[in-house]
Design a binder for this molecule. Structure first.
Ligand code: GLC
Length: 514
């Protein structure tokens, strides 16, 4: 299954919410196996599975209590092995999530560590007599938690139940190598590495700064003989146009690529319920394309994942122009230079889910935000913010049919209208358009290997070209208002409207070959 990195197209599976084979309300490995043909029919050739390992699920599996075992509601090790084999039979690569920065406080290492100051596992975590700084947890509140048993504080960059590992301890680095090797021996093709740039702490610049040993530690993990040729993508919030190459140039033996977030951070964060202007978002995408191309790095392309709201609701119009804006965003995703990642449900234009009852939300970040802003932001505004940007928006059970299923999380509010079954029945569905886009990307080498060039970016539209040898493609993405005066010569390969007229329509995308 050797494939050039830029030829990969990933589909992200959130196992708890993908497909529930036994009706207990939780998605499972058998469910995933039953949908491999569906995944294959999209045209993608790789999948990323978010954590399904043993976990108390405070942060939905990102709080791991055993890296080498599977949550019983999700499946067994044997089933995971079978799933890997099935994906591979279909020519689909599989990567798992590696949560290296922290474990659950229920992990055996932490249970030992908190027992006494002289426990052999004490230094697996970061303990201090008094908090040495005012670092804040990403989910709100201090990142230092007092622990009565030994009268010290431990660091948790995320929930209180997610203790940061001490990567300066060589034993921790060896343990994590063993986790990587365990799954490689089972046949996995690589890893998506959770908040990887936080493993080395930068005590000067705060919890999200990358510390002095970051690159050394990544190389120790992935620069080994055993890890040669695997695919790794780091979640690196600190990645920017200057340092991206340090993570991803092949000769550095660190990562294949990284998720960088500048295009998703145009406004004041996800809990700021306003659509960011599309020209600003596209400017960040264009800058990122140009800078990665200059340094020879292959970037990732994504609008969604399990931490982000649905892109059609965030950047598009999920009512009047749902089809058009979902397909246009898909068109952008699949015609840029890089490795595209689609979140489950994105291929049917799944929208944010509406919910007005705080008791029905699940996500720890969402609940903390709600509670911590009590008295500061009105209830109505907090609920609006959560509906706009909360992480549950991407985590409801995949709507396979119009009927809601039993579910561990609140059901998708628009399931009756937006579901896979409905899309499969129509040639003009978002799903059908995604299939065409993926097919186009796979058959037009200039979309994968071609040079990127920004041609025009105005408050109304974004135009760019991809060229390879004598081939050239031009992509026109018109924003929410009609635009005039944009004429592109060439053969129209694909558009989300029946034709391209003098006046471009709201959220029209048009892909030309010259
Ligand atoms: C990453 C994950 C997110 C999780 C956090 C802590 O950002 O994507 O879901 O909450 O790390 O593990």
């Amino acid at each position: 299954m050797k494939r050039a990195v830029e030829e990969l197209i990933f589909y992200q599976i959130y196992p708890k919410s993908f497909c529930d084979s036994n009706g207990d309300g939780v998605g499972d490995i058998q469910g995933i196996i039953s949908k491999i043909d569906y995944i294959k029919s999209l045209g993608v050739n790789a999948v990323w599975l978010t954590p399904f390992f043993k976990s108390p699920n405070v942060d939905n599996g990102y709080d791991i209590s055993d890296y080498k075992d599977v949550q019983s509601k999700i499946g067994t090790l044997e089933e995971v092995e079978k799933m890997l084999a099935r994906f591979h039979e279909k020519g689909i690569k599989v990567i798992f999530d590696l949560v290296a920065n922290h474990t659950s406080t229920k992990h055996e290492w932490f249970l030992q560590s908190r027992k006494s100051k002289d426990n052999p596992y004490r230094d697996y975590y970061i303990w201090r007599k008094t908090p040495p700084n005012d670092w804040q947890s990403a989910f709100g509140g201090s990142a230092w938690e007092y622990d009565k048993q030994t009268d010290e504080y431990y660091l948790h960059s995320y929930a209180v139940e997610q203790a940061d590992l001490n990567w300066d301890n060589p034993k921790v680095r060896e343990e994590m190598q063993a986790v990587v090797d365990f799954w490689l021996d089972k046949g996995v093709d690589g890893f998506r590495c959770d908040v990887l740039d936080q493993i080395s702490k930068d005590w000067k610049n705060g919890v999200n700064g990358s510390g002095p040993h970051l690159h050394e530690y990544i190389r120790q993990l992935f620069g080994r003989k055993k890890t040669e040729g695997i695919f790794t993508v780091g979640e690196c919030w600190s990645a920017n146009t200057q340092n991206m190459a340090l993570f991803c140039l092949p000769e550095r033996k660190e990562l294949t690529t990284a998720f960088a977030f500048s295009h998703l951070c145009v406004d004041n964060g996800r809990f700021y319920p306003h659509k960011p202007p599309l020209d600003k978002v596209c400017r960040r995408i264009a800058d990122w394309q140009i800078s990665t191309q200059e340094t020879g790095v292959i970037p990732t392309l994504f609008f969604e994942n399990h931490d982000q709201p649905r892109c059609v609701s965030r950047f598009g119009d999920d009512e009047k122009y749902r089809y058009q804006s979902a397909t246009a965003l898909g068109g952008m995703l699949l015609t840029h230079r890089g490795v595209p990642f689609l979140m489950q449900g994105q291929e049917i234009g799944a929208t944010n889910s509406r919910c007005d009852d705080i008791k029905r939300f699940n996500d720890v970040e969402t609940l903390n935000y709600y509670q911590m802003n009590e008295g500061k932001i009105s209830k109505k505004d907090r609920i609006e913010a959560i509906n706009f940007g909360g992480r549950d928006n991407a985590r409801y059970l995949m709507p396979w049919t119009e009927k809601p299923q039993k579910s561990w999380i609140a059901p998708y509010s628009r399931q009756a209208e937006i579901n896979v079954k409905t899309d499969l029945q129509s040639k003009n569905s978002v799903l059908a358009f995604y299939q065409k886009l993926i097919e186009l990307r796979k058959t037009q080498p200039c979309l994968t290997k071609g040079h990127y060039k920004l041609l025009a970016l105005t408050p109304r539209y974004y135009v760019y070209a991809r060229t390879l040898d004598n081939e050239k493609m031009v992509i026109v993405f018109n924003f929410e208002k009609e635009s005039e005066g944009l004429k592109v010569e060439g053969e129209l390969l694909l558009s989300n409207y029946p034709s391209v007229e003098k006046i471009l329509k709201p959220y029209q995308i048009a892909i030309y070959k010259k």
